[in-house]
Design a protein around this ligand. Structure first.
Ligand code: DQA
Length: 146
């Protein structure tokens, strides 16, 4: 069975209590459950990983080939806008990767309008709440099943 690595960046463990008017009521556990349900229906295994630390995320991406992942679904959270290291890690492993955001980053503060990650992934889905993740998962499964 093919495996997809799902990465959640900093502060995503606080979903459900964090700025609910922007990020909604769902907890990270709720999101992971929904992703696993959809993945199972598609015959795919999901491994989820959350970290508040840039280097840990870089390490996790860097080991994705050794750990036999076929693709990556990532919400880099605040690191979207700052991390050359995460961008370079994605480039280094050369796996199909889709970037997702719960909120529409282009309708928020100017500093969120720039993603350092978007130019090096297959595509970005932003602004659909939990559905951003589900759409992103469908997109990445579509790529690896082609
Ligand atoms: C986010 C958007 C980022 O700008 C922010 O820093 C986050 C969450 C989102 O899912 O909407 O932490 O990635």
């Amino acid at each position: 069975m093919k495996k997809i690595l799902v990465i959640h960046g900093p502060n995503m463990h606080l979903l459900g209590q964090r700025q609910k008017e922007i990020y909604g009521q769902a907890t990270l556990e709720d999101i992971n459950k929904e992703l696993k349900k959809l993945a199972k229906e598609c015959g795919i295994e999901i491994i989820d990983y959350q970290s508040n630390h840039e280097g840990d995320i870089v390490d996790k991406i860097g080991s994705a080939n050794i750990e036999k992942f076929s693709a990556i679904l990532i919400n880099p959270a605040a690191y979207t806008h700052t991390s050359v290291a995460i961008r370079d890690a994605i480039l280094s492993v050369n796996l199909p990767t889709v970037e997702v955001h719960l909120s529409n980053i282009y309708s928020r503060e100017d500093f969120r309008h720039k993603s350092l990650i978007a130019p090096v992934v297959h595509g970005q889905i932003s602004g659909f709440g939990v559905n951003s993740y589900l759409l992103g998962l469908q997109a990445v499964i579509g790529i690896i099943k082609k």
